[in-house]
Every structure is written in C-alpha cells, then in structure tokens.
Design a protein around this ligand. Structure first.
Ligand code: ADP
Ligand code: MG
Length: 572
C-alpha cells in the first residue's frame, strides 16, 4: 500500500484510543473539565459500568453558545493559546482532545449555559458528527451525557471488565478528585445508588471521612512542608507539600490508598510512591502500604504535564528535590505527630506507680498559705518499656515480642543504635570509654574539607576512644579505636562525622559523634540474630532512658495493641 494521510475520522478514532481507555477515563476528563470551569458542585452518574451511561453535571462557567460546536473539534481549547502557555499549565485540561475523543467513540449530548447568557444550548453528537443542536433552558453550568461508550469499537469494549469493576474505577477517579478538591461538593451515583457525597467544606478531613471512612480519617496526620520552600543544591524552589497521611496503624495491603496531586492534578508517580514509602521505613510491616494524600504545589514551569495524552504522568524538573521534600514532610508528620500519643500511651500504661499520692489536704499551688506543705510533684512521665517476651525475628530485621498490651515490633538496628548511643554518652562523660589498641596503626586519608575539621577535633576524639595523630598531607595515623567499633567500620563513622560537622561547629560535635558511632556500631538490618542475642538486646533496650526512638529521632518500635488485633480480626 502506498503511503497516504489518514482520513480525519480514522485519525480521531485512533486518537480517541489514547484518551478513552475505559469508562473511568471519560469520567476523569469530564470531571477535569468541570473543575477547570470553576464548579463548586459536580455530580457524576454512571450506569452499566459507565458503558450505558455517564453523566457529569456541574455549575461551572458553562460554554458560550458561539463556542459549543468548536469544543468538539480536535485541539480546540480555551485553556492555552500559544507555545509559551505550554510551559506553565495550571488548568487540568489543555490538549483540546477530550470532548472530540469521547464523541468519536460514543453518543454525546451536552447542555450548557454560560455566565451572562439567558438560555442554555444543547448539542448532540454521534460517531463524531453533529446530529442535533438548539437552545434549551438550563441554569449556569454544563451537563455532558455519554451513552453507548465504545460500542463502535468492539475491539476495545472486549477488554473492559465487569460493570462492577468498571464502576470501581469510576469511583476511584471521583474519590481522588474529591480528595484533591475538598471545597467542591461531589456526588457519585452508580446504577441509581449514591456511593459518594462530599460536603465541599474545604476541609480535607471531611473528604477523607466520606472517601475512606471514619476509621481511617481518625488516624490521619496532617502533612505540611516547612514554610519558605525547599533549598536543594543551588536551586531554590517554592515547593510545598501538604495533605494527610495515615498513622502506621492503618496500613493497607495495596498501594490503592496512595493519592498524589501535583498542582491539584491527580497523577500516578512511582517516584512519589517511593518517597512516601521511604518515609514509612521501619514503621510498616513488609507488604503493607500506607494511606496518603499528598498535594504538591510548585511553579508550573517546574513540572511538565504534557508527556502523555491522559495527563496522568508528569515529569519534574528536579526529581531529587521533589522526592526529598515529600519524604521529609511525610516523615516529619509521622515522627512529630504520631509517636507522641503512642509513646505517652506506652508510658502511661506502664509507668511505675507514683511513690506518693497527693495528700487530700494539699492545696493548689496558686493559693498561698504559709503553713500548708509544698505541693507534691507529679511523677515525671517516664518513657519506660515494659518487660517484653521474645517471640522471634522477622525478615532478619525486626524483633517480634509480646508485652502486656500487645505485640511489639522492634527495629533491631534502631534499637541497638539507641542502646549504644546512651552507652557511648555515658562512658565518654565518665571518661570510661573502652579502648582497643590496633595491632598496627592504620592510616586515615581524608578530603580537604574533612581535614579542616579533623585538624581541630582529633585531640578531642580521645574522649571517645580514638587515638589519632596527624601524619602528613591529609593523612592521619589511628592507633586505637573504641572497643565498640573494633572490627567495624570506624573509618566510615569518623568520615560521616566529619561530613556532618562544619568548622564553626563547636557545641554539638560530641552528640553527633555519639550518633555516628552508635549508627556504625549497631547491628545491621538483615542480620539474623540468635534468641539469646535478641533477648539481650531487649533487656538493654528496656534499660535505656528513651527506648522509643533511635538517636536520629526515628521510632525503634511499633506496637500493635490487643484491641487493634481484635478489630483487625473483626472480633468486636
Ligand atoms: P481541554 O479541556 O483540553 O481544553 P476538552 O476537549 O476537554 O479540552 O474541552 C474543550 C473545551 O470545552 C474546553 O477548553 C472548555 O472551554 C470547554 N468545556 C468543556 N467542558 C466544559 C465544562 N464542563 N464547563 C465549561 N467549559 C467546558
Ligand atoms: Mg478537558
């Protein structure tokens, strides 16, 4: 066959295939149009899995009567005008492909009334051709009805799943946009049953309650990146991360509860999923996934949304920056917000009974009475750990133990770090560090920057058991190391410390050194431990002052209470 240019009808059918994969894709495009039209109410109706009917009604700006037909032409859009606009897209649509693509594979009726117009207008399309047009009363807004979707493309229709499955995809699209736009009232009904209704209050938590239910909503933590944006290398960007994440107690067994929105566009992103899961590192059991709603807002020119016809993938100019901003914001929410009640829970449950109870005649501190005895101090809450019974080891990384209140999963590395950190601090403050002389002095080569720091600190390092002396050009001789790090990567620990210090750092180098030594000395994740070793670790952890976090502030353990277990197994 000779080469020839395809007929417009064939072209539009091919193009439709890129946009309309399944009924949920139609819902997504129509809802995006309603959102772009600044609607405050959007209702979605689907029948027969969306094949028989999809109807999206909004109260947005509407389409002016003079533009109605144009809206169904390929590449006709009101959202961008020139090449420059492509660089900074803020609307959800911009390709001008959705309406013509849907009309190429379905029967479409649209009724719309634009602001300022007295009457509404309707237009009916079938197989991409106009079959009817006229005026019709309607309040401001737009209703698009799509019937017999993909009936003229049997090859694609064949690939659709059961109506129930297609309905669930539709519900997912509407749910995700309801989470992204809490200020918009959404309703969704499938086969005449209302399955979702959000209040449009503007509060994310209200959408979460409707979409995921109370149980999840109760366990959500607010995420917000620090004010003032993020600094990454030399580029400064006003990147903001907001949203909510689930506390580790409500983990799920699929990634279906991860929602990402970039400048309010719902996208799928492995990068962001990875960033969130990284933030939960050590908090979730293997095979479990978090619940998260992550909104990223950043200057439109820093993200390319035009890489796929469905606009569900984006390309960030600075992926590393976005990754770390998301990871940090989520981690912060988990560490700063979640462990507090958890630790208190453990503390209040297992706190030693107060030595002395408040005598009944004690008066409040504020009322002055010269003869009344001083008020009895309340016992300071201690972050104590109950005695735990070892059950075993999970993934060669977590110690599984039973306590009076349920199941404890202890991160062996983080826990050991905590133990060593406190031991190192105590030994160095009492000048009792156990030192191991090396059979032969070792040389330590450092970078110019590390050299600057080491020059001022090598003498002080003796306090921690290092005997170090300068040995010419950026080289030092190490004669002894702390016992703790013997046969371990002490050079790595030293270099990590040097990298984390700056020349002006006077105050906290001791703590940083203790952290770095503890980290390098601690047993790694992935190492199988004997029962005796694990019992010893638990016993030592019970003895630490702050058993719940490692020196970096990450949790050392998670607790699953007996109550939670009962709930999970549906016993109450
Ligand atoms: P795009 O959204 O990429 O511009 P579409 O084919 O989805 O392309 O829509 C074409 C145009 O029709 C839009 O640019 C917009 O002007 C108009 N339009 C579509 N749906 C609506 C709606 N619900 N409310 C107002 N205008 C709409
Ligand atoms: Mg659109």
């Amino acid at each position: 066959m000779p080469i020839r240019v395809l007929e417009p009808r064939v072209v539009s059918r091919i193009a439709a295939g890129e946009v309309v994969e399944r009924p949920a894709s139609v819902v997504k495009e129509l809802v995006e149009n309603s959102l772009d039209a600044a609607s405050s109410q959007i209702s979605v109706e689907a029948r027969g899995g969306g094949v028989s009917l999809i109807r999206v009604t909004d109260n947005g700006t509407g389409i002016p009567s003079t533009e109605l037909e144009l809206a169904f032409q390929r590449y006709a859009t009101s959202k961008i005008a020139n090449l420059g606009d492509l660089e900074s897209i803020l609307s959800l649509g911009f390709r001008g492909e959705a309406l013509p693509s849907i009309a190429a594979v379905a029967q479409v009726d649209i009724v719309t009334c634009a602001a300022g117009e007295k009457a509404g207008n309707y237009l009916s399309m079938k197989d991409g051709v106009r079959i009817n047009q006229g005026s019709q009363g309607r309040s401001q807004g737009t209703t698009v009805t799509v019937r017999n979707l993909l009936r003229n493309v049997p090859a694609r229709l064949k690939f659709l799943k059961s109506p129930a499955t297609e309905n669930s995809h539709i519900a997912n699209v509407v749910s995700q946009y309801a989470l992204a736009f809490p200020e918009v009232k959404f309703t969704l009904s499938t086969d005449s049953r209302t399955v979702l209704r959000t209040p449009g209050s503007g509060q994310l938590i209200d959408s979460v309650i409707e979409v995921y239910g109370l149980e999840i909503a109760r366990n959500m933590l607010a995420v917000s990146s620090e004010e003032g944006g993020w600094e990454g290398g030399s580029t400064f960007s006003s990147l903001q991360v907001t949203g909510m994440v689930g506390s580790p107690t409500i983990s799920r067994s699929s990634r279906g509860y991860l929602g990402f929105f970039v400048n309010r566009r719902w996208i799928s992103s492995r990068l962001l999923a990875w960033a969130v899961e990284e933030a939960y590192h050590g908090l979730l059991m293997q095979g479990k996934h978090p619940v998260a709603i992550i909104n990223i807002s950043l200057p439109a020119e820093e993200v390319d949304v035009n890489i796929h016809p469905t606009k569900t993938e984006v390309k960030f100019q600075n992926e590393r920056l976005v990754f770390s901003a998301v990871q940090k914001a989520v981690r912060r929410a988990l560490i700063e917000l979640a462990p507090v009640p958890k630790i208190e829970e453990i503390a209040t449950a297992y706190r030693a009974p107060p030595q002395q109870s408040q005598p009944f005649w004690a008066v409040p501190e504020t009322s002055y009475h010269p003869t009344s005895p001083p008020p009895v101090a309340q016992p300071t809450p201690v972050l104590s750990l109950p005695t735990l019974r070892l059950l075993g080891q999970l993934s060669s990384s977590y110690i599984v133990a039973e306590g009076p209140e349920g199941l404890y999963l202890i991160d062996q590395h983080a826990a050991h770090e905590r133990i060593l950190f406190e031991k190192i601090q105590q030994q160095s403050s009492q000048k009792e560090v156990e030192v191991q002389g090396l059979l032969e002095p070792a040389t330590l080569e450092v970078t110019p920057k590390q050299d600057e720091i080491l020059k001022t600190h090598y003498v002080n390092l003796a306090e921690f058991g290092f005997s170090i002396e300068p040995f010419g050009d950026r080289t030092y001789l190490v004669r002894a190391v702390p016992v703790l790090l013997h046969r371990k990567d002490w050079a790595g620990a030293l270099k990590e410390l040097l990298d984390s210090l700056s020349a002006e750092d006077k105050g906290d180098w001791r703590e940083k050194l203790a952290i770095s030594l503890a980290c390098h000395g601690a047993v790694r994740a992935g190492k199988a431990l004997s029962d005796d070793e694990m019992r010893e670790l638990l016993r030592q952890l019970e003895q630490t002052a702050t058993p719940n976090t490692c020196p970096h502030g990450r949790p050392t353990m998670i607790r699953i209470s007996s109550g939670q277990l009962e709930r999970e197994f549906g016993r109450n």
